[in-house]
Structure formats: structure tokens, C-alpha cells
Write a protein that binds this ligand. Sequence first.
Ligand SMILES: [Cu+2]
Length: 326
Amino acid sequence: MKWPMLLALVLVGLLAAGCKDTPREAPKDDAQARAKDEADKKANEERKKKEDEGNKKPDEGQKKADDEEKKDGEAKKQEVALVQDKEWGTIKGKITYDAKAKLPANPEVNVSTDKPFCTAKGKIYRDEWVVDPKTRGVKNVIVWLSPVSLKDHQKMDWPATLIHPKLKDVPKRLVVDQPVCEFMPRIIVLREGTDLVFKNSAKVTHNVSVEGGKLLGPQLNLTIPPEKELDIGVVKSRFVPIPYKCTIHPWMKGYLNTFKHPYFAVTNEKGEFEIKDAPPGEFRLQVWHEGYGFVQKNKDDRGIVIKIEGGKATEVKVPPLIEDTD
Ligand SMILES: [Cu+2]
């Protein structure tokens, strides 16, 4: 082979080798590019994800804040609106004795102590059930508003915003007298915060025994001399009324309870009650009589669900009561 040809062959070989090297490099570059692309893509995705999360958090926080503000606004609006009389409602009703049942007997009480004084103004009769024979209305039924929810309906707490401004002040004293060997009134209802005073305007000694339990009280048994009075102070509110009595005159007994709101009443001789200036909305009307107990579905679902409307008087239908003779 001649030198020039050999040189040419060497050159071709070198060129071929060079050409070979170039494509060999190319996949390496591609792989790097792909890896770079992949990395960029991943970084982008992550950045986007972070951005999304970043955007999402303030949005949710803002929504929550807006909701709270809305709620506050509504509460304030309600508070402001409820200052006006027309926004508050009235509930009323009539509680009767079972139409088919024989009316309860009210026998004369055996006055064993202080008879001349105690019967000077007339005989004393059993007064647990006082039913008007004409209308069958039941006297001395306690009714009061309670929260509507099953969970809270036996709790006595009550928000201040749901008390009419003109009823915010709690009366200082409630005086119960016993002039003729009977408590007057016998069924005592008052606001928690009002002092309960037992007065004795009679010429004989009376006594007051209250069985409020060890937990909430009062637990007391005290004598009240003639023409004196006994201030037993504030009685703590609870769901079931408290029995009290005079132990000198065993027929003298009654029930009492206090409430953290002014929305309670005791039925009159015709079984009627009325509660005014009550807040609008859904509540329960609790109905309790000493000889019947609660109007209820069962002990965990007591009272009647009612809806009070502002500026209106709502009539509540209460099922008739009957003496529990068991
Ligand atoms: Cu007495």
C-alpha cells in the first residue's frame, strides 16, 4: 500500500471513530437532559403543590374567620333586634284534668295541732290536686322554659341575651306567708338570686323544713315564732322542684323552685298560665305537677317542644293530667 493511501485510510478510520464517538455521546446528553427534565418537572410539581397548599390554607382560615364574624354579627344583630318589645313573644295555655277521669277527692284535713286557731276561718282540705269542676283546669302546675335540645333540656343555665332587658333585674325578696296554717302561696317559684322569706303573720308558731339535698341545699328545719319572719336566702336552681313543709302542722306542705330566667309560671284556678316577653325561637315548655310529675315522653325527654314567635301569643297544647294513684 502506498503511503498516501495508508494515510487516507488512517484519516477515514479516525473520522469514523470520531463519528462513532459523537453518537455515543449523544445518548449520554439525552439521558442528562431527560433527568434534568424529570427533576425540573418534579420541582415544578412540588412548587405547584406548595403554592396550592399555601393558597388553600389562607383561604380556609379566611373562611373560618368570615364565618365567625358572620355569627358574631348575627348574635349582635339579634341582641340589638331583641331590645324591641315586638321581637319578644308570649306563650299561654290551659292545663286540664283528664276529661274522662273522676275528679280527685279533696278530703278535709285532720287538724291535730292548734285546731281553734287553724280552723277559725274555715275547714282545711287536702290541696294537692285543685281542679276547677267547671273547666277541669288544674291549679298549681309549674311551667317554665328550658332549652330545646335533648342534651341540655334539663340544664338550668340560660344565656343573658335570651332575657328581655326589662326583666334583667332579679327581684330582691319573695315573701311567703302562713296566716291560717297554710302556706300562701303553696307552690313557690322565683328567680335564682331572689331571697326567699317565710313570714309568720299567725298567732301560732310555725316551722319550715326544706329538703333541698346535701349537694345544692338548702337543708333546714327552723322555727318561725308568731309575727316573725325567716329569710332563708337564695335557693339554687335545679330541674326537679324541692319539697318543703311545716313539721308542726303536717298538712302544710308544698314545693318550690328557682330559675335562672324569668320565664316561669304557676297555673291559676282555671289551669291557665301566661309567660310574657319570652325570646323567639324553639324551646321546651316544662310542665310539672306534684301529683303527676313531668309531662314527658320518658325521663330523658321531658317537656313540650314549642316555637315562640316575636310579637305573637302562642297557644301551647298541654296533654291533660291525671292523678297518679299507684
Ligand atoms: Cu305550721
